[in-house]
Design a protein around this ligand. Structure first.
Ligand code: TXA
Ligand code: MG
Length: 349
């Protein structure tokens, strides 16, 4: 398959309008279009077309039991595809368009290929202008997972998408770097009106609880280590976003991290906060210390994380150590992605 790429920086230009019209056409005919969103890039197909949606699984190499998110142009469109309620309306008013996905009972308008046979569907209204313009041009809801090959980090720029998807999709719309860099927050509305957080993201727990006070965190989000255990490596099943280089999270001070890393043989990489770069680079060669972002700036860390995970494998380290993020607020989203990237290898120092 030949993949066309169009760069869109301003949706109003004539060239952009032409590209968007063509992309809309491809989607309506059952094709695949990769598009930017404020979180990560999505690999889109017409969500009402079972055959089109099934092509997504093939292009990504994704297991067919992992359901897709349905993207809608306006929050109120959700009711065409899901049984919405008053809790949804409140969440939509507070956070949409934006980086929140809501899981609700599915309506028959969405084929089971999209929901992987579940009785629920995930709905999201993205805020990125190109995503919005594409939804408008297509005139159909767009089923889209992240536009990476299954198992690799979600793409946050068109270059990442091209690495994974050239020849596998009809079109890539290049909208520049993703503003957030981590996938959307996913919540499920329970029958009693409470929320369960299934994936943390830029809409943080405290933001959600301001709108819906009762919020449960699903166990898998933080996948706590059994007490007293230092390293846990439950195997490939849990390895996502995974660099091929051994990646280990260290929970300790920078002095403890240095002492631990010094004992390790081979070429060591240290992912560090900006403030700690001078410290680490007195113990390790500067080109082995990779700056993640400022310590308190979890938004900046989020934006850089998936690029760093992709780049790590190109740096020929034998092992990379990174600090364990705090579990609060945006830190929870980082923690959730980092423990998966590290295949749950955490050492408490
Ligand atoms: O930010 C995002 O959400 C990006 C952009 C493209 O919108 N999309 C994204 O999609 O991250 P994906 O497929 O990579 O992640 C969606 C997650 C999967 O873990 C899937 O299992 C879950 O949502 N999911 C989808 N429908 C679900 C449902 N009905 N019940 C429970 N989980 C569901
Ligand atoms: Mg994904």
């Amino acid at each position: 398959m030949k993949t066309e790429i169009y760069e869109i920086r301003c949706v109003d230009s004539e060239a952009a309008q032409n590209a968007l019209a063509r992309a809309g056409d491809i989607l309506r005919r059952g094709g695949l279009v990769v598009f930017p969103t404020e979180t990560v890039y999505g690999l889109g197909a017409d969500a009402t077309d079972a055959t089109a949606a099934s092509r997504i699984y093939t292009a990504k190499g994704r297991p067919s039991d992992n359901p897709l998110i349905v993207h809608v142009e306006a929050p109120e469109d959700a009711q065409k595809y899901a049984v919405t309620n008053e809790v949804y309306d409140r969440l939509a008013t507070a956070f949409m368009p934006g980086p929140l996905t809501v899981i609700m009972p599915v309506k028959p308008t969405i084929p089971s290929t999209v929901t992987a046979g579940l009785s629920t569907v995930a709905v999201r209204c993205p805020s990125h202008p190109v995503a919005r313009a594409l939804l408008c041009a297509a005139g159909v809801p767009i089923a889209a997972p992240s536009a990476n090959l299954s198992g690799s980090p979600s793409p946050t720029c068109a270059r990442h998408v091209a690495e994974d998807m050239m020849g596998r999709v009809d079109m890539i719309l290049d909208g520049g770097d993703s503003e957030i860099g981590l996938e959307s927050t996913i919540v499920k509305i329970e029958e009693d009106g409470s929320l369960t957080l299934l994936r943390p993201g830029a809409v943080t727990p405290s933001m959600l609880m301001e709108i819906v006070p009762e919020l449960h965190i699903a166990d898998a989000v933080l996948a706590a280590l059994p007490e007293g255990q230092t390293v846990l490596s439950p195997g490939m099943k849990y390895r996502h976003y995974a660099p091929k280089t051994t990646f280990i999270l260290l929970d300790g001070t920078r002095e403890q991290i240095t002492a631990y890393a010094k004992k390790r043989k081979g070429k060591i990489g240290i992912l560090c906060y900006k403030e700690d770069f001078d410290f680490f680079s007195t113990y390790f060669p500067a080109d082995q210390c990779i700056i993640w972002g400022k310590r308190e700036d979890t938004r900046e860390q989020a934006k850089r994380l998936f690029t760093l995970l992709r780049e790590m494998d190109k740096l020929s380290f034998d092992c990379i150590f990174a600090p364990l993020p705090p579990r609060e607020e945006m830190g929870m989203a980082l923690y959730n992605r980092m423990i998966r990237a590290a295949a749950h290898q955490i050492v408490h120092l």
